[in-house]
Design a protein around this ligand. Structure first.
Ligand code: ADP
Ligand code: DP6
Length: 328
């Protein structure tokens, strides 16, 4: 039996990935930049076993249906091909993050699975190659291979599209992200579906691409200069631009709920009162607040005037993939 176990953390994009040039290979239309976080993660173990007659996939202890298992099987096939292995596998994964709720379970989930496969099949893939493989499971997963600030360089083909670690002189250690969990149920329009509709129908999409390119250059400068205010301003503006594209899609849609709007207003007010903090949102109603570590308790206190304690989760910069020792 061949086995491997790995942990990967989620990441939240400060410059969003939104839209694919190649849907099969998951080559994006724009480069993106994220922060890997410690609070949410996935642990996955995989056993390739001669005794199995099909792949079996357990997520959070629950045997998954055919559709979910097929998705995972197709991803594992990439590793089986590379290793010239035809064994079926049993996969056991635990998400320490709500699944499919806009809290990036796909990023940590697919990155952990990639690292577990790499270990089990003894492929010895470099981080760059592991990032390329993870990308083919879910785009944002390619960034969860690394800790701290990460840039996914869009590239032009399978070989050239992967993430790299951003040299930040430990700027990420000064930062925190407070998650305002407004809804942890599965979202109606997945990121995959939402970005596809936007690329195909939104008249704002071409503008998004030019703006995302400019924002990426600017945010890397802000990271280099350890300029938190600039980092926050660019993050918030970029997220808003991404969400604006969905309003011009046909049919139009939004991931925002009334509670998301309320959260944005609260954050703007806290900022106006002199505490720097900035929001970003992904393909769901939850709001993430970027702030400096030293301000976390005061900002959380202000947020707690509007949201229940269990809705507020504080995360700090997290590590890249880690292998986990398995019992014999
Ligand atoms: P999220 O906001 O949580 O990333 P998505 O809809 O983008 O939501 O992705 C959720 C999908 O990611 C799931 O339906 C499943 O296919 C995949 N996924 C999530 N967690 C795991 C996991 N631990 N192992 C394998 N795949 C996972
Ligand atoms: C809004 O990586 O979930 O969170 O590549 O189709 O699996 P697929 O999409 P996914 O999209 C993430 C979109 C986003 C922005 C981001 O994380 O960059």
């Amino acid at each position: 039996m061949l086995k491997g176990k790995a942990r990967a953390h989620t990441n939240i994009a400060l410059i969003k990935y939104w839209g694919k040039e190649d849907e099969q290979l998951i080559i994006p239309n724009n480069s993106s930049l994220s922060l890997t976080l410690d609070a949410f993660y996935t642990e996955t173990e995989i056993y390739f076993d001669e005794a199995l007659t099909a792949d079996i996939f357990y997520l959070d202890g629950q045997l998954q249906d055919e559709k979910a298992t097929q998705k995972v099987s197709r991803f594992i096939d990439l590793f089986r091909q590379q290793a010239n292995c035809s064994l079926f596998a049993k996969i056991q994964s635990t998400n320490h993050v709500p699944t499919a709720a806009g809290l990036a379970s796909s990023a940590s989930g697919l990155a952990a699975l990639a690292a577990a496969c790499n270990q089990a099949l003894q492929l010895n893939l470099s981080k760059q190659d592991l990032s390329r493989f993870a990308r083919k499971g879910s785009g944002s997963a390619c960034r969860s291979i690394y800790g701290g600030f990460v840039e996914w360089q869009k590239g032009t083909d399978d070989q050239s599209s992967y993430a790299i670690s951003v040299d930040s002189q430990h700027f990420e250690d000064d930062l925190a992200m407070i998650f305002i969990v407004l809804n942890d149920q599965q979202k109606e329009i997945s990121s995959r579906e939402g970005m596809k509709r936007t690329v195909e129908t939104s008249s704002f999409y071409p503008t998004w691409l030019t703006e995302a390119q400019k924002d990426l250059v600017a945010i890397k400068e802000a990271i280099h200069q350890k300029d938190f205010i600039r980092l926050g301003e660019i993050t918030e503006a970029n997220g808003l631009k991404m969400h604006a594209t969905t309003l011009a899609a046909v049919p139009p849609f939004t991931y925002w709920s009334d509670q998301s709007l309320k959260a944005m207003q609260v954050i703007r007010k806290i900022r106006k009162d002199g505490r720097p903090c900035y929001f970003t949102m992904d393909a769901g109603p939850n709001v993430k607040v970027l702030c400096q570590k030293e301000q976390v308790s005061q900002i959380k206190e202000r947020l707690a005037e509007h949201f229940a304690p269990e809705q507020l989760i504080v995360a700090y910069a997290g590590k890249g993939i880690e292998l986990i020792e398995m019992d014999v």
